[in-house]
Design a protein around this ligand. Structure first.
Ligand code: GAP
Length: 470
């Protein structure tokens, strides 16, 4: 069985001129400043490459996942949902090939720093290709490197009350296997026939040798995966359709098309189960890197689980009696990576009236908060009226009421969390019931009757949106 390897970052095919102006450090700083994402266990000095999502991060990630569910489940009639357990029977990982082959080549510095590296990364960096022959040295201290050894990326733990009797189990390294082992249940209870899919969002864990680039590669992350079961002769056509569907999902949610590309895996890069794989890549600050993989997994997984479990995992047509093991097309995306791409694509800064304005030009459907309601001054009945309007709007969409600081400061806070609309209650509101409605992207302010706000914002939220960054 061929060795499976984890994905790579920052393909050198992006020339420096192409790279986004924005740096990951700017995103990290904004995430911390505005409470999107924090270093995990920070008060103990942090745990390397694990992150905690704060209030706005939770809301943003929930929106990414909700948009995924909407596109792959709600707007189709050939998909069902699943939420399988993280801990699975250990035979699962024998059948899937992960126990034997889910490894990365690990080398260790024998010189001063003793750091561990992925051999293929070092070869690519120092010799130009990950399989290039020749001597490589420790990238940190120049020391000699050990012979490579295959390092399995699965986290192990014991299930049961004692070390002696506990069963060795693994934290799943992909959600996909939870879908394959439930194939029979779904066929029986959802009354589906190929082509149909099973969709799932859940945590996955990989003991990555070189995690990094903020939330791009971590040891604990969330996947959004589909296993789409098709008659074998239809697999190439469905593979193509899913590549188009998934590219469209990102662009419909505002990612600029020229910052996305599809890259087909070469024969030496394919996982052991795959007949063909293409990655959707995004132009991150570190270069073109994988956002999502779309693989033709053939009938590998169902056949292996049938062999290891003794269960028949096939489709039998009740009319014709025809039976076959379906092929599987797998669009597999990372929720955290998608969130990072949406943030990078949305991040912008400009000068307004002599001051820098930093903002997230997020698609309104992704924005954590849709509307902020602000009294212009904290007197003359304005805070009370603003609060009333806020309480009405929050029944329709996530809204925020803010009285803290100057109006400019409050707008800037909302710009940085990507709130698309701001409502200001001023002295005129108290006279004629109108408010100003400010647009995050154009800074245009229009006057509108307060009781028309709900309908107007719902209309704007449903309208197509493209990034003003062009
Ligand atoms: N079931 C197929 C599979 O797991 P993968 O390419 O290894 O394929 C799919 O992972 C997606 O999961 C990736 O495209 C990426 O978005 C996300 N992902 C994988 N490893 C990750 C990590 N260490 N940190 C964050 N996201 C990761």
């Amino acid at each position: 069985m061929a060795t499976e390897s984890t994905d790579k970052t920052g393909s050198p095919s992006a020339s420096p001129a192409e790279l986004p102006r924005i740096t990951l450090d700017e995103i990290v700083a904004l995430c911390k400043r505005r409470g999107f994402i924090f270093q995990s266990s920070e008060i103990y000095g942090g745990l390397a490459s694990t992150y905690d999502y704060g209030h706005y991060g939770v809301l943003l990630k929930n929106n990414v996942k909700a948009e995924w569910w909407r596109a792959v489940l709600q707007e189709r009639d050939d998909m069902v949902a699943l939420d399988a357990a993280i801990l699975m029977h250990p035979r699962t990982w024998e059948a899937s090939g992960h126990l034997e082959g889910f490894t990365d080549p690990l080398v260790q510095c024998l010189g001063r720093c003793k750091k561990r590296w992925r051999e293929d990364d070092v070869r690519e960096e120092q010799l130009g290709a990950e399989d290039a022959k020749g001597e490589i040295r420790c990238p940190e201290c120049g020391g000699e490197l050990s012979e490579p050894r295959h390092f399995n990326l699965m986290f192990e733990t014991l299930m049961g009350p004692s070390e002696e009797t506990g069963m060795k189990v693994y934290l799943r390294p992909e959600t996909a296997q939870g879908i394959f082992v439930n194939f029979k249940n779904v066929l029986q209870f959802a009354r589906k026939k190929p082509p149909f899919g099973i969709a799932q969002i859940g945590k996955a864990f990989r003991n990555e040798i070189t995690p990094g680039n903020f939330i791009f590669r971590t040891r604990e992350f969330e996947q959004m995966e589909i296993e789409f079961f098709v008659p074998p002769d239809e697999a190439p056509e469905w593979h193509k359709r899913w590549m188009e569907e998934r590219m469209r999902w990102y662009t419909d949610l505002g990612i600029r098309a020229d910052h996305l590309q599809l890259r087909e895996h070469g024969p030496d890069e394919l996982s052991h189960y795959s007949a063909a794989t293409s990655d959707i890549e995004y132009l991150f600050p570190m270069g073109w890197s994988e956002l999502e993989g779309i693989a033709n997994r053939t009938d590998f997984d169902l056949k292996r689980h049938a062999e290891f479990s003794g269960e028949k995992l096939e489709y039998v047509d009740s009319g014709s009696g025809e039976r076959y093991v379906p092929y599987v097309i797998e669009p597999s995306a990372g929720a955290d990576r998608a969130l990072l791409a949406f943030m990078v694509d949305a991040y912008d800064s400009e000068e307004v009236e002599g001051r820098e304005r930093v903002l997230l030009r997020l698609h309104p459907r992704l924005a954590p908060i849709k509307v902020a309601v602000l009294p212009l001054v904290n007197k003359d009945g304005q805070p009370e009226r603003a609060r009333e309007i806020y309480e009405q709007l929050r029944t329709l969409m996530p809204a925020e009421y803010d009285t803290g600081g100057s109006i400019g400061k409050r707008y800037r806070r909302q710009d940085e969390i990507g709130t698309p609309w701001g409502v200001t209650v001023d002295h005129q509101t108290m006279e004629d019931g109108t408010v100003t409605l400010r647009d995050r992207d154009t800074l245009e302010q229009t006057r509108i009757a307060a009781d028309e706000l709900g309908a107007e914002l719902a209309r704007r939220l449903a309208a197509p949106w493209t990034s003003p960054k062009g």
